[in-house]
Design a protein around this ligand. Structure first.
Ligand SMILES: Nc1ncnc2c1ncn2[C@@H]1O[C@H](COP(=O)(O)OP(=O)(O)OP(=O)(O)O)[C@@H](O)[C@H]1O
Length: 167
């Protein structure tokens, strides 16, 4: 049995990913966690085997508060499949998106402006997300950065070769 009691997770930058979540899953029960991108599903799952620690609220597995259980022993009992992505982990979201245009010779400012446009297009406000690193995003948000980066590889004619302000 897995039980969340008013569990909250706040990341160091102040983002509240999970806010007072309570639920219970019985042994043998099959449960799907559904919700929009960035609503806290992965954070919730990662807290179950202590890959992420909650800010408050106990999580019980078979009646035992997992805060008191050795993480390695806990992970022998609970499996977790990680979402994979191909972003550069040491570069910000904006830099990840601007990488391709920069590589083909765009001026940094122009590449950054285009990257910001594309982030906006995929629903990630560049002011909020541009300076974050991939490990500060949800899986779906990382996928969207991947889409923005892919779009950046094929600049529209207005920004392409022949544009005097381009390179
Ligand atoms: N390390 C972090 N620092 C700051 N904010 C973070 C961090 N990790 C995740 N977040 C934010 O916490 C929120 C919840 O993220 P989470 O990964 O749990 O969402 P999700 O529901 O799994 O999303 P998706 O369906 O897109 O994978 C998002 O707004 C995300 O940007």
């Amino acid at each position: 049995m897995i039980r969340f009691e008013q569990v909250t997770k706040r990341y160091p930058d102040g983002t509240t990913a999970v806010d007072g979540l309570s639920f219970e899953v019985s042994e043998g029960e099959l449960v799907t966690l559904v919700g929009p991108s960035g609503c806290g599903k992965t954070t919730t799952m990662m807290m179950v085997n202590r890959l992420i620690e909650p800010t408050s609220g106990p999580i019980l597995v078979d009646g035992e508060d997992i805060a008191a259980v050795d993480p390695v022993k806990l992970r022998h009992r609970i499996g977790y499949v990680i979402q994979q992505v191909g972003l550069f982990p040491h570069r910000t979201v904006l830099d990840n998106t601007a990488t391709v245009p920069t590589l083909v010779g765009w001026k940094k400012a122009k590449a950054g402006a285009r990257a910001a446009e594309l982030l906006d297009l995929v629903g990630l406000d560049p002011k909020t997300f541009g300076s974050r690193y991939p490990d500060q995003l949800s899986g779906g948000q990382r996928q969207r950065v991947g889409v923005a980066r892919a779009l950046a590889a094929d600049p529209p004619p207005a920004f392409g070769r022949g544009d005097p302000q381009c390179c």
